[in-house]
Design a protein around this ligand. Structure first.
Ligand SMILES: [Zn+2]
Length: 162
């Protein structure tokens, strides 16, 4: 599309460029918008499937963490803005589906260190880089999958709140 704009630019008397919208450009813009809408629908439907299946398991409560843009979002195929929107949509759906099914919906405190805390001894790591997929406790040496460790911490967090 930018190439088309470039091809159709007109130089004005003042030496500046003005960009003309041709029918072709209009058509392309429409196609781009249509594709974006289609992708958004696909994402929403996918999230609906997941949140519905989670609510169907009828847990006592669901704990979600707040969005941590620099941390958990590392999918390079999706832009940051789209990932944030997707996360918020996931949270929104999860929250109302919990409400429908009488499930408590808990949002963990923004600073709750779910990934850095050892589920076995409670020690909190100073640093845990995203590339470390296995949590290894500095204190007691416990080894566990990083996401599983953080999920169990969130489950316990919910227990204290619920
Ligand atoms: Zn430990």
């Amino acid at each position: 599309m930018s190439k088309k704009y470039e091809l159709n630019k007109i130089e004005t008397e003042g030496g500046e460029y003005c960009y003309r919208k041709t029918n072709n450009i209009n058509k392309l813009e429409f196609l781009v918008q249509k594709t974006h809408k289609r992708l958004k629908n696909i994402r929403h439907n996918y999230i609906h499937q997941i949140t519905t299946s989670l609510a169907k398991t009828k847990p006592e409560y669901v704990v979600m963490e707040n969005l941590n843009t620099c941390g958990m979002l590392k999918n390079r195929k999706l832009s940051k803005a789209i990932q944030e929107a997707t996360f918020h949509e996931f949270k929104r759906q999860m929250e109302y589906k919990c409400a429908w099914n009488g499930i408590k919906f808990i949002v963990a405190d923004r600073f709750y260190p779910s990934s850095k805390t050892c589920i076995r001894c409670g020690d909190i790591k100073d640093k845990l880089s995203l590339s470390e997929r296995t949590f290894i406790c500095d204190e007691c040496g416990y080894e566990i999958d990083r996401d599983l460790n953080s999920s169990i911490n969130l489950k316990n967090y919910g227990k204290g709140v619920a």
